[in-house]
Every structure is written in structure tokens, then in C-alpha cells.
Design a binder for this molecule. Sequence first.
Ligand SMILES: Nc1nc2c(c(=O)[nH]1)N[C@H]1C(S)=C(S)[C@@H](COP(=O)(O)OP(=O)(O)OC[C@H]3O[C@@H](n4cnc5c(=O)[nH]c(N)nc54)[C@H](O)[C@@H]3O)O[C@H]1N2
Ligand SMILES: Nc1nc2c(c(=O)[nH]1)N[C@H]1C(S)=C(S)[C@@H](COP(=O)(O)OP(=O)(O)OC[C@H]3O[C@@H](n4cnc5c(=O)[nH]c(N)nc54)[C@H](O)[C@@H]3O)O[C@H]1N2
Ligand code: SF4
Ligand SMILES: [Mo]
Length: 756
Amino acid sequence: MTMNLTRRKFLQTASIAAAGIPLSKVVARAESKPGVTKAPLIPPGSFKDTKTVTGGVCEMCFWRCQLVGKLKDGVLKKLEGNPKSIDNGQALCARGNSGIKLVYDPDRLKYPMKNVGERGKPKWEKISWKEAMDTCASKLQDTIKNHGAKGIGVWYHGASAHYPTAFFEFLGVPNLYEPAFYQCRGQTAMAMMQTLGFVPNEDVDMPNSKAMLLIGTHIGENIHLSHVKNFLKGLENGSKVVVVDPRFSAAAAKAHIWVKIKPATDTAFLLGLMNYMIGKGMYNKSFVKKHCLGINKLTKHVSEWTLEKTAAECDIPASQIEEVAKVLSENAPNVSIHPGRHSAWYGDDYQRVRANACLTALLGAMDCPGGIVRIKRMSTGHVHWPEVEYEEDPEDLALAELAEKYPFRPPGTPPHLMRETMISGKPYPIKSLVVWGTNSIKTMPQQEETIKAIKNMDFVMVTDVSPTDITMWADILLPEACYLERYDHIEKGTQWNQGDKPQQFVAARMPLIDPMFERKDSVWMINELARRMGHTKDIPVQTQEEMVDHMLEEADLSIAKLRKLDGIYIQPGESPYLKPGEEPTFDTESGKIELYSEELEDEDFASLPTYTKSEEPPKGYARLIYGRSPVHTFNRTSNNAWLAHEAPENPLWLNDESAGKMGIKDGDRVFLENQDGKRSAGSTIVKVTPGIRKDAIFIAHGFGTFNPAMTVGYDKGIDDNSLNSIAKIEGETGVGGMRINFVRIVKDNKAIDIPA
Ligand SMILES: Nc1nc2c(c(=O)[nH]1)N[C@H]1C(S)=C(S)[C@@H](COP(=O)(O)OP(=O)(O)OC[C@H]3O[C@@H](n4cnc5c(=O)[nH]c(N)nc54)[C@H](O)[C@@H]3O)O[C@H]1N2
Ligand SMILES: Nc1nc2c(c(=O)[nH]1)N[C@H]1C(S)=C(S)[C@@H](COP(=O)(O)OP(=O)(O)OC[C@H]3O[C@@H](n4cnc5c(=O)[nH]c(N)nc54)[C@H](O)[C@@H]3O)O[C@H]1N2
Ligand code: SF4
Ligand SMILES: [Mo]
């Protein structure tokens, strides 16, 4: 199907171009509008006579682009991609550029603080590090004394959280939750592992593909720089792109085929596609015969998904399914079936990802140009706290036993179970909460439950770089040095330079400037805590620098060596493609790709990818779907003056025909109200567009900050999470699907039904 929409119009708003907004433009516009930012204008020539400091690694998101800073009189003036980088190159995205505005944000946390008001309505009193650490240590010790280490819960995210979480694990804390796994890619990882025997993450060879299939994945708004570049390289090389999305996303704007699918029906779409391809013999028979388990079972299983039935279920033309099948099979095996990343959608996503993996297998699109590739990265070391053999206490395992109900769950505690435990005290009391670099108010569905759980704690310790929604709930709030001010854990320092000659690299994060005010790094903070809790002799490293050096040792590197190399070590890599005559291996139970899974069957789950119908929106409501703003990262950049100027709020995408019937115009200011009568605290403007289906409305995630201490981001736009009052818990994984909430529009205090 060719697009009957004017591409340029869409590109203006939801565009890959937006990702690459040059700094000059962001700065000029941001600084020229009075009242938006107090930052001084950057006079021409500001970057002259600057000194370049290398060795930075970005953390405005988690893609870890390598950067350098331009420094003048000890002040960072500009960030740029490290010219030596074989990953992001000299480029940074808009967010990466705007790190300058994070590091010098006057609203940032500067000192340890004690809440002398209420949780949620804090009054902050500046305290010394000694008092902060004494308090945290004695509160955590109290919890351990009264309830054991299981009385502590830890919510975490980010590179700086590794050392702290390892410490809490060493203490015997069994309750650890990471939204970036449970609400993000945990399910994708688990379903891929079960089916293929490995986790491809996003290692898909788009530059060398002849066709690409993106399901939901909205590359271009979802900006991971080298990933976007790889997608664009694929396009340049003539790859045919199929985008499946209820919305005309930035990627859809670049697509040859846009499948405007009915939300929540993707698994049906994949089953229909497979049925058609198997029926027509349009699949890689020799690959399937050699490497897959259960093709006969799958053939029978998908047979009900005729073109007609699939088309009706997904509300798309049957001819489009045929068209997609042709594009994929004609270009097989050089097709990138994107594995996806964020998958906590509808509560049946494990099955959707399995279907996705099965389609990849039918096409044999693996270990070859264009396919899923297994990139060999350099390895670096780890820092370990001592191994402790804790006496087995059945009570300690009680929550873990509840979690057994979800046999294919990602590592960690399913968040709804941890939260229920924090509220009910069953199976055991959790009374202290440690939060490190995660904003669960905005990222864990069912916000009110999260708040109830936090209120029930005896003690809450939060470490962050900025005030955010979660910091309002702390008793003790600790200011961490940000990514430009510290050395850091090496997480993903290595990559295969896709599309060119294979190379590998290691880049450890090194500070470009010293930490300002009283900010400290995580090794310092945790060691202070450990000493006070009686673990001086167990401390594995004294400083963050020592930790990084220790990790680099395995690669025969050190901070000193990396400094001499401008921050990046590069060596020849290995091609991830199979050599002639080489056969792929799969680390599953059967040693084959499991189209059919006996393990799933044994656990009473669908052993072949299965579609579950999602609830329909009630009359007058549409489904609330969400995604990324190209110039923000979740809520963490909402206080960034440059980025907030580019995208101060999250326009609500509303179908043009619906809007006409509702009497709503482009630019109208509205609130949202969900199926449970929960109204958004903030408002936003409407973007009237043919680029979204009538049964859904879309907003970018991460807006509607509740914390007035964020003077730039406060109360701008709508918080999608405040409307996620339902989460559908998936049986296989215990992950809560979030796109099952429905909303209607409220304008001038009147709720307006969205026509069906
Ligand atoms: N700029 C920016 N980039 C980011 C991030 C960020 O915060 N900011 N975060 C990063 C992280 S951690 C992640 S996990 C990724 C997330 O990015 P992705 O993995 O790309 O996210 P998805 O949720 O898969 O995709 C969102 C898209 O799904 C569409 N969608 C909604 N419902 C359905 C449906 O039922 N079916 C289909 N086919 N599509 C649907 C939406 O319209 C939207 O276009 O982004 C990463 N990149
Ligand atoms: N409603 C809804 N929920 C979602 C999503 C969604 O789209 N909608 N997306 C899901 C996805 S894909 C993901 S990955 C998760 C992410 O969920 P989170 O982990 O909660 O989000 P982050 O933005 O990484 O974490 C934000 C916190 O880390 C702080 N921070 C930033 N840098 C540092 C640092 O160096 N040190 C410390 N200590 N703190 C720091 C920020 O100021 C902020 O308070 O959310 C998931 N939940
Ligand atoms: S994609 Fe952008 S924000 Fe993310 S690490 Fe790279 S430059 Fe930083
Ligand atoms: Mo994510």
C-alpha cells in the first residue's frame, strides 16, 4: 500500500530529523525565548580557545555514546561525539548535546538532605554527609535487625546502580526490581531466550538488510544513535521497510509499507503472516528442517489464521498481509525482523515476541547479512563483594516462591508482588526502600499502589542527580555526581561496528569535570554505608576509579591506557556471519530453535505462539498508547532547559475525523480521564492528524512532572503513567502490560466521548 498522507507534514512533527536537531538550532531557539531559560546567550566564538577533554560516555539515555567535552576555564561549554568513536562517531543526539544543561542545572541536587516534612510533600533540610550516612546505616540496620535483610527492597536503574545493588545482594536482600527490565525488555529477552537460546537485544544487521520489519519499534523517535544510523544506512542501501504501528510514526514515515494495525492484535498479524508463508511455501525450508523444532505443529496451529480472519482481527486489508509476506520472503534471509525492545504492552507479549522469533526462523534470517547477528564483544571484568552462604530460611524465600508462579520471569522480583508485599507485609514485611536512579512514580504502572507502598515504609533512601517525582518520597535524599563528573561501571563498552569492517572497542566512562557542590559517586556512598554497617573488611574497591581499573584489567587495559587512546580502545573484530560450511548452534533445551516449546507446555502455557484478544475500549473511550519523544529520555530530561524548549509538553495525537466529530481543533488544550475516572493532573495540546487510528490516542511518555522543585519541567504535559491504573499481569513472566488503559478527552472541564 502506498501512503496517501503527505510525508513532509508528518516529518515536521514526528521525525527522524528532530533527532538530529543541531545544537546551534536548539541553543539559538532555547536562548532566544525569554523566560524559558536563564542560561546566558552563547556569544559567537564561545567555543574558541576551549580545551578538549576526552573519555566521556553519555548517559542522557542508556546507549552510552562516546563523547568529548570542550572546556574553558574549567567550565564545560560543549559536548561532541568522540571523533575516534566507531559507534556514534562525532555525533550526539539532541539529548546528548544537552548534557551541558543537566550538569549545570541550578535545580540539581547539591547536598545530602533530610525530609522534615511529609513523604510526597517534602520540606528539605540540608545535612552533612556524616549525618546522612549515619541515618541511612542505622535505619537499614534496624530493618535488618527486626525483619532480616528481606525487610529491604531495592528499586534501581543505570550504570551507577551496579555497585549498590551488588552490595545489597551481598547483604542478602532478595527483593530487587528494575523497571528497565520488568517494564521494558525483560519479556523480550526471556521469550527470545526460550525460542532461540540467546538474547539478541537489538543486534540486527539493518545496514546490510534487503528488507526490515519493525513492529511497534519507532526508530527515529526511539533514538539510540548508532541504532538510528544503522536503520538509515539500511534505507540508503535500498532496504524495503515494513512498519507495523497504529500510528504514523517517524519510522512509518520512512516505510514502504505502513501497516496501520489495530492495537493489541500484532500476534494475530504474525500468525496470519506465518500461515500464509507456510501455505505458499514462502519460507526457508532447509533452514527450518535443519534448525527448528515443531514446524508441523506450528503449521497446524497457525492454520486458522487465514488472510481473511487475520485481516478482520487486525483491521487491515488482506492484500497488505500478502504484500508484507512477499517483501519478507523475496528478500530472505537478508531481512531484519527487529526483535523489539520495550514489550510490556498488553499482557500477552511473551507470546508476541515468540511469534516474532518464529517468523525470523521461518525466514532463516540469522547469522547472515541483514539478519539477527550474534556480535562478539570484548569482555571486561567485574567487581565482586564476597560470596556469602546464607543459611536457608524458608521465610526468606517466601516471596521468591510466590514469584515461581511466573516460571519465565526476568531476573528480579516481579514489581506487583514486591509492591503488594510492601503494602500487606505478606509473606514478610518489607520496611525499608532503597531507590537508586529510577523514577518508579513515573515508570511502574498503577501509580497509586506505588505511592501506597512507599507510604508504608519505615525508611526511604533515594539517590538521584536531580529532583524528580520519586525524590519527593525520600526521607534521606543523596546527591550523586552525574555521568560527566564521575568514573563509571563499564556496562556495554564494546560493539561490532555494523555495516563496515568488524571492529570492537572498549570505552570506560571518565569524568570531564570534577563533581560540584557535595555530590559523590556510588562507590563512595556505598562504602560509607558498608563501613557503618560493619562490613569494612568486605569492601572490594576503595574508589570508583579503582573499580573501573579493575574491570579494565581483563581486557588488558587501564584508565591510564585509555586516556592515552583518547578514551577508546579499538581492535579488529570478528564477522558475526557464519563462515561457509559453518552451522549455527542454539542453546535451547532441544538444541534447536523452538517453534514449539515443551517447557512451556510442561508449565501449562501455550507451547506455540498464541494470540489472546485484548479488551476493547468502552464506548466513548480510546486506547491510550504511548512512546518516546525524540528529544527526551523518559522523565529524566524534563527539566532540561534546551530540550524542554524543543518539546515542552507531549501533544496528544487524535484522529482527524474523530476530532471533527468531537468539535476539537488542532492546538486545543485538554486533559485526559481514564476508564476508572482518574483524571490527568496536567493538560496538553491536541495534535489533530490522520496519522493515528480512531481507536487509539497517543502521547509521549515522561511528561507531567509533579515535583515543583523542577522549575523547568513542572506540570508540563500529561503523565501517561498516572492513567495506567490497570496493569495486565502476564502468566509466563509476571510483567504488567500497560497499554490496556482507555481514556476520553476532557475539555473545559467537560468529558467528551471519542466516537467509535
Ligand atoms: N528519544 C528517546 N529514545 C529512547 C528512549 C527515550 O526515553 N527517549 N528510551 C529508550 C528505551 S529504554 C526503550 S525501551 C525504547 C522504546 O522504544 P520502542 O522499543 O521503539 O518502543 P515500543 O513501545 O515498541 O514502540 C512505541 C511505538 O509503538 C506503537 N504502538 C502502540 N501500540 C501498538 C500496538 O499495539 N502494536 C504496534 N505494532 N505498535 C504499537 C506506538 O504508536 C509507538 O510508535 O526507546 C529507547 N529510545
Ligand atoms: N508509563 C510508562 N512506564 C514506563 C515506560 C513508558 O513508556 N510508560 N517505559 C518503560 C521503560 S522502556 C523503561 S526502560 C523504564 C525506565 O524507568 P526508570 O528507570 O524509572 O527511568 P529512568 O529515566 O532511567 O530513571 C529516572 C531516574 O534516574 C535519575 N538519574 C539520572 N541519572 C542518574 C544518575 O547518574 N544517578 C542516579 N542515582 N540517578 C540518576 C533521574 O533523575 C530519574 O529520577 O520505564 C518503563 N516504564
Ligand atoms: S543516543 Fe543520545 S542520549 Fe543516548 S547515549 Fe547517545 S547521545 Fe546520549
Ligand atoms: Mo526501556
